[in-house]
Design a protein around this ligand. Structure first.
Ligand code: BGC
Length: 268
């Protein structure tokens, strides 16, 4: 593969100050993209990432914006336009968990997760598509008019008790992504998703922090290890690049086999 598969690409990564988003920001820059590192509240972390990238000869900016606020995505796209003159790739990645047993889940926690993980992705994607159309196709830049990558989850398919807000949002992301891909493919806009399994980040510390939790988690992962943010970032680079030009409307699971119903290996 080309060592700079994203050369000349301008990318916005939402929720890029930690976890999978951060790894994607670094990997995109390494692959030659200019990166807008979006954060909501972790300014220092985001600025650190941008400055690391600059020190390695890359181009990056940290930009504040809450994708769940009505003007959040608009602000972000305004900043991109100003700093980079346009956008070629949106990684709609910002996401969070607010877990609770079904009857204990507050309406606020339901709403927050839907607002960030689903509506926030919708609004940013809408802005991106409008921007792609305004820019027009530049074959020297990319074979596609634009690329959108959603960060979904294995829980777009695996039901998840105790996390109904999260699973509902990710299930929504799946059909948002597929419906958009179907609607926009004719314009050469490629819409796809990455769907991580258990990746070691702050969102799921409870699942890997103690030895007991780790052992339990590993039973769900046929490949026998917990994922690293870089496992996801490498796949994201490929999906956003022209090497994946014929990949449209796909969810790429990056999960060590979590989707394979591992419990059935012994049972059924
Ligand atoms: C969740 C993690 C969880 C993983 C596998 C992810 O989408 O954010 O908390 O460990 O799915 O269940």
């Amino acid at each position: 593969m080309d060592s700079k598969p994203l050369a000349g690409q301008r990318a916005l990564v939402t929720g890029a100050s930690s976890g999978i988003g951060r790894a994607i920001a670094y990997a995109f820059a390494e692959a030659g993209a200019s990166v807008v590192v979006n954060y909501r509240s972790s300014r220092e972390e985001a600025e650190q990432i941008a400055s690391d990238i600059q020190q390695h000869g890359g181009k990056a900016f940290a930009v504040q914006g809450d994708v769940s606020e009505p003007e959040g995505c608009e602000t972000l796209f305004g900043a991109i336009e100003q700093e980079l003159g346009g956008i070629d790739v949106l990684v709609a990645n910002a996401g969070l968990q607010r877990d609770a047993a079904f009857t204990d889940m507050s309406l606020e926690d339901w709403q927050k997760v839907i607002d960030v993980n689903l509506t926030g992705q919708f609004v940013c994607a809408q802005e991106a598509v409008r921007q792609f159309r305004q820019q027009g196709l530049d074959p020297k830049r990319s074979r596609a008019l634009g690329k959108i990558l959603f960060t979904s989850s294995v829980h777009q398919a695996i039901p998840w008790g105790g996390h109904v807000n999260y699973a509902s949002a990710k299930g929504g992301v799946k059909l948002l992504m597929e419906s958009m891909a179907q609607e926009l493919a004719g314009e050469k806009i490629r819409v796809n998703a990455i769907a991580p399994g258990a990746i070691k980040t702050a969102i799921n510390t409870d699942a890997w922090e103690t030895e007991e939790a780790r052992e339990k988690l590993l039973k769900l992962i046929p490949y026998g290890r917990i994922g690293e943010p870089d496992d996801v970032a490498k796949a994201a680079v490929w999906l956003a690049s022209d090497d994946a030009d014929y990949v449209v409307g796909t969810t790429l699971f990056i999960d060590g086999g979590m989707m394979l119903y591992p419990a059935f290996r012994e049972g059924g």
